[in-house]
Design a protein around this ligand. Sequence first.
Ligand code: HEC
Length: 279
Amino acid sequence: MIVRRLLAVLIAGASLGAAPAPAPNPETDRVAFQSYFFTKFPNVKHEEFGNGPYAVNAPMRKQWEEIMQFPPYEPALDEGREAFEAPFANGRHYSDCFDNGGDGIRQTYPRFDTKTGEIITLDGAINACRVSNGEKPLPLQTGVMASITAFMSESSRGKPFDIKIPADPRALAAYERGKEFFYARKGQLGFACASCHVQGAGERLRGDILAPALGILAAFPIYRSDWGAMGTIDRRFTSCSAQTRAVPLPAQAAAYREVEYFLSYMSNGIPITGPGTRP
Ligand code: HEC
């Protein structure tokens, strides 16, 4: 039933952007991507796209405004600040690993790393910082990792995504792979990420309102009531893979880092709102 409803939405939306046009460059893609959402949701202010489902659904927004009187991510923010400020065993700090001591930089991740030719996410950079200081990497889906990224995101609130694709063919290739992953149909149900978050954006799926892909990462990490906990981008990506009955990839798999790079670049100009909360 739900599937049939979504398929109807899909078919209806097919002519509007199911197949990505051949892309001369990411900036052309970004303009087309954003104007699709601005046209689909003409009454939503552009900066509101960082608020996910609340931007496009009035009853959910009302519920959210009530929840936000006591934001459920507050304990994570406190834990994140403490963890971020605590020295490693060698006396160095997270702040030694990041531009501007890690303050107000979340909107610049993921980045293309010219040394390795790989995409590095904020979560990946946090673990790389730990490892280079002789510490074990943190688990990637929840817990302290979500708390540290919550703390770092909060210092970027209001700063628009500012993702760079440097003039390096490997960076463009990583972007293109991320884009392909986003539009490719996967899993037993044959859904692409785009089926739900582009064509289906704003529609109801079970108890959820599908977040528009524009600005979809701005609120991370998020507290979700149905998780009863915080979750990172990896946690959300693996749950969404499961939604399509595709086998989830390991956290920080290249394909997840690349789709994060693609989605974040598409959101350039949309302000960071994280950490967020979802019902
Ligand atoms: C079958 C539909 C479906 C597909 C396909 C799907 N998702 Fe989702 N996704 C959801 C649902 C349901 C939620 C929770 C409600 C919401 O926030 O959109 C969600 C949430 C998200 C969120 C968090 C949005 C927020 O504001 O909390 C991200 C990010 C996301 N999905 C990314 C992806 C990516 C990347 C893919 C492809 C690998 C994907 N999704 C595929 C259904 C889907």
